[in-house]
Design a protein around this ligand. Structure first.
Ligand SMILES: NC(=O)c1ccc[n+]([C@@H]2O[C@H](COP(=O)([O-])OP(=O)(O)OC[C@H]3O[C@@H](n4cnc5c(N)ncnc54)[C@H](OP(=O)(O)O)[C@@H]3O)[C@@H](O)[C@H]2O)c1
Length: 353
């Protein structure tokens, strides 16, 4: 079913023809937060395998910052060389389906969903149906919007790549951030003994996520030789490989997930990942890396963990759409505790503009 050419009313809101406009946070080029502006842009229309969402909330993460900044430059090969091909920022989304493409089978108009939709900092966004799942019943839209990319990354790094097992000792660096806040909870849900590494100010958050032990990186060294871990998820991305290896058991697994250091061309992760995979060929430890796959089927697995209460999004703050630049500054400054969401206000009821 499609609403193209007609108006649909869902929860008191009128969703008009696909040719009408919407409010969105756009960027005309790559750069600092100042490149972001609120504008009226054409509303997107879904393709055959896509749905159109009325966005209620969007999630903010480091990946969104990279897309705004256009760094590392390597990402411009995929997202646009001189300017982003998708001028509307945002990827994580939670919203209601207001139109579906002709080949969509899993969702219908009126479904509340969450997942990944390029251009989610807007009143409407288009998403591929295989990048969505039904919104967990126990979450608000704001909570649901901060799950997809961070939690999928944590889940895939821990389970598919790290092959975490019950009873293992797991160390999570960057435990107070977006990916880390899910990694700690997911590792606990798998029966691991979890140690989270963070700054002093966020140790309480990491404890509240369920970590058995916390390490304040400004006072203690997780690689001091006192403890060894079966699995390390390096999300913060700044310890050297040799330090990380010192903290691993002789046959332990290291999964590299993040890293903000390094040059502007390739970023902090690619060089380390190549070194890790090369060293791994010659040692008993398994040194590898994880790259997030935006799969709706993995999101459904997360939905079950969320609905059973084993994982809860750690949402620190929400910002209205017009204040998306302030949210980005908060993230950039490293002040965020867990996750941040952008909320999209209800539309005026009545004929669409
Ligand atoms: N591989 C993938 O597919 C994938 C997917 C998503 C994200 N990522 C990457 O993963 C990383 C984390 O993403 P995120 O969204 O979780 O970011 P985030 O919310 O900003 O969290 C970053 C974390 O890093 C910690 N940190 C910052 N500086 C540190 C330092 N000097 N020493 C130790 N810890 C430090 C912060 O902890 P404190 O504030 O407590 O210092 C914070 O918890 C980023 O590099 C991102 O690009 C990779």
């Amino acid at each position: 079913m499609s609403i193209e050419g007609q108006a649909a009313v869902i929860d008191g809101e009128t969703h008009g023809p696909a040719t009408s406009t919407m409010q969105a946070v756009v960027q005309d080029g790559y750069g600092p937060v100042e490149v972001l502006r609120l504008a009226r842009v054409p509303r997107p229309a879904p393709g055959d395998h896509e749905v159109l969402l009325r966005v209620h909330a969007a999630g903010l993460d480091r990946g969104t910052w990279h897309l705004m900044a256009g760094k590392p430059y390597l990402l411009r090969l995929v997202f646009g060389i001189r300017r982003p091909r998708q001028p509307v920022l945002g990827r994580d989304v939670a919203g209601t389906v207001v139109a579906v493409g002709s080949a969509v089978t899993r969702f219908a108009v009126g479904d509340d969903v969450y997942g990944v939709a390029p251009g989610s900092f807007a009143e409407y966004a288009v998403a591929r149906e295989d990048k969505l799942a039904r919104k967990p019943a126990n979450l608000t839209f704001e909570q649901a919007a901060v799950v997809p990319i961070s939690a999928l990354t944590a889940q895939q790094a821990l389970c598919a790549v790290g092959r975490v097992e019950s009873g293992q000792k797991v160390l999570v660096t960057g435990a107070s951030g977006g990916v880390g806040s899910y990694a700690v909870q997911l590792a606990k849900a798998c029966g691991a003994e979890v140690t989270g590494v963070s700054s002093t100010a966020k140790l309480d958050l990491v404890r509240s996520l369920g970590a058995d032990h916390v390490i304040d990186y400004s006072r203690e060294d997780f690689a001091d030789g006192h403890h060894r871990y079966d699995l390390i998820l390096d999300i913060a991305g700044n310890p050297s490989l040799s330090r990380l290896r010192r903290a691993l058991t002789p046959t332990g697994t290291l999964v590299l997930v993040g890293g903000e250091e390094g040059n502007d061309w390739t970023g902090g992760t690619i060089g380390r990942q190549l070194r890790a995979r090369t060293v791994s060929l010659f040692v008993r430890q398994r040194l590898t890396s994880a790259l997030n796959k935006e799969r709706g089927s993995d999101l459904e697995r997360l939905t079950r963990l969320i609905e059973s209460g084993q994982v809860t999004p750690s949402l620190e703050r929400t910002f209205p759409l017009a204040e998306a630049p302030d949210a980005m500054r908060h993230l950039e400054a490293g002040r965020a505790r867990g996750k941040l969401a952008i909320t999209v206000p209800p539309l005026r009821t009545g004929p669409a503009s």
